[in-house]
Write a protein that binds this ligand. Structure first.
Ligand SMILES: O=C(O)CCC(=O)C(=O)O
Ligand SMILES: [Fe+2]
Length: 285
C-alpha cells in the first residue's frame, strides 16, 4: 500500500449525515462512476434558490454560451452573483461526498445553471476531466453534481451516462450504450470526472430542463472557471471561511509572500513581511 497523503480521498465508510449514507454514495461513485441522491435539496431551500436564480441571476445572465446549438442556456459564475445557493456549497452531505471522491482539499471548479430548452439536441459523450491533459488511469481529481430544478425526464434530456466508464483509458465510440438518468426536482446525480456522459436531447415542445451544476476539483490543479479571478474580493471577504477556501484561497507552496492567501483578503497583498506569517500549511482547514 502506498503511503497516504493529505490529498487522498477520505474514507467515508459508515459515515451517515442527515440520514444519508455518505459512505455508500461515495463507494458507488468510486465503483460505477456515478450515483443518484434522491431528495437532495428540500423544497423550501430549493424555492429560495429558484427565486434568487430567477430574480438575481437568470433573467439577466442566462444565455447560450458554451454550446453550438444555442438551445442550452447557461448562467455561469454563480458564486459572484447570488448568496442564495451558499448553503448548498457548504452542505455537510455534499462536502462529505466530495471529500470521499477527491479528498478534503478541493475547490469549486464550476458553478453554473444549465437550462436545456426544447429543441436541444443530444450532447456528445465526454469526460469532464478531459480538460486537464493528465494520462489515464489517474486518481480521481474531479467530482461533479447536477441538482435537478425541473423534472429530468428522458424526453426533456435527462443526462446520459455510461456506467463504470470512469476508469476506461481509451475514448468511447459515440454509439456506446448509455443510460439516461431521470431525476425528480430536488434530486441530484453525482459523478466522477472520468465518467463518459452527456446531456440528452430535449424533444418536448415546451418543457425546460433546469439544473444546478457544481463541479469540484482538487485544490492543486487550475480550475476551469477561475474562481480567484471571477469572484470580486469584496464579495469573498463577506463569505464564510470554508467558502473562501473553496474558491481557491488555499495555502500552497509559498502562499502569498509566506502568508495564507486568505489573509491577503484583509491585509492586502503587499504588507510588512512579518504580517501574519502562516505557521504551517497543514494546520489549515
Ligand atoms: O446537461 C447535462 O445533463 C450534462 C451537461 C454536461 O455534461 C456538460 O456540459 O459538461
Ligand atoms: Fe459534462
Amino acid at each position: 500500500m502506498p503511503p497516504t497523503t493529505p490529498y487522498d480521498p477520505v474514507d467515508q465508510t459508515g459515515v451517515v449525515i442527515e440520514g444519508l449514507d455518505v459512505g455508500a454514495v461515495v463507494a458507488d461513485i468510486h465503483e460505477q462512476g456515478y450515483r443518484v441522491v434522491e431528495g437532495f435539496l428540500d423544497s423550501s431551500l430549493m424555492q429560495t434558490i429558484e427565486r434568487a436564480f430567477n430574480t438575481e441571476v437568470m433573467f439577466t445572465e442566462m444565455r447560450a454560451i458554451g454550446t453550438s446549438t444555442g438551445r442550452t442556456w447557461r448562467a455561469h459564475n454563480l458564486l459572484a452573483k447570488t448568496r442564495a445557493a451558499d448553503p448548498v456549497f457548504l452542505d455537510p452531505r455534499l462536502r462529505a461526498i466530495v471529500d470521499g471522491v477527491i479528498g478534503q482539499y478541493s475547490q469549486i471548479n464550476i458553478a453554473t445553471l444549465f437550462n436545456t430548452l426544447p429543441g436541444e439536441t443530444r450532447q456528445a459523450l465526454h469526460q469532464d476531466d478531459g480538460l486537464w491533459p493528465i494520462p489515464r488511469p489517474h486518481p480521481s481529481f474531479l467530482c461533479n453534481v447536477i441538482i435537478a430544478f425541473d423534472e429530468f425526464t428522458r424526453a426533456k434530456g435527462a443526462t446520459h451516462v455510461v456506467p463504470f466508464s470512469h476508469t476506461w483509458t481509451k475514448p468511447v465510440d459515440q454509439s456506446v450504450e448509455s443510460i439516461q438518468v431521470e431525476l425528480e426536482p430536488g434530486s441530484a446525480i453525482f459523478w466522477e470526472g472520468g465518467l463518459w456522459h452527456g446531456g440528452g436531447a430535449n424533444t418536448t415542445a415546451t418543457s425546460e430542463r433546469m439544473g444546478f451544476f457544481i463541479s469540484h476539483l482538487v485544490s492543486y490543479l487550475r480550475p476551469s472557471d477561475l474562481q480567484l479571478v471571477s469572484v470580486p474580493r469584496d464579495v469573498v471577504r463577506e463569505m464564510p471561511k470554508k467558502l473562501q477556501r473553496l474558491l481557491g484561497y488555499y495555502p500552497f507552496g509559498n502562499g502569498v509572500d509566506g502568508r495564507d492567501p486568505l489573509d491577503t483578503l484583509y491585509d492586502g497583498i503587499v504588507v510588512h513581511p512579518d504580517a501574519r506569517l502562516a505557521e504551517h500549511w497543514r494546520q489549515q482547514d
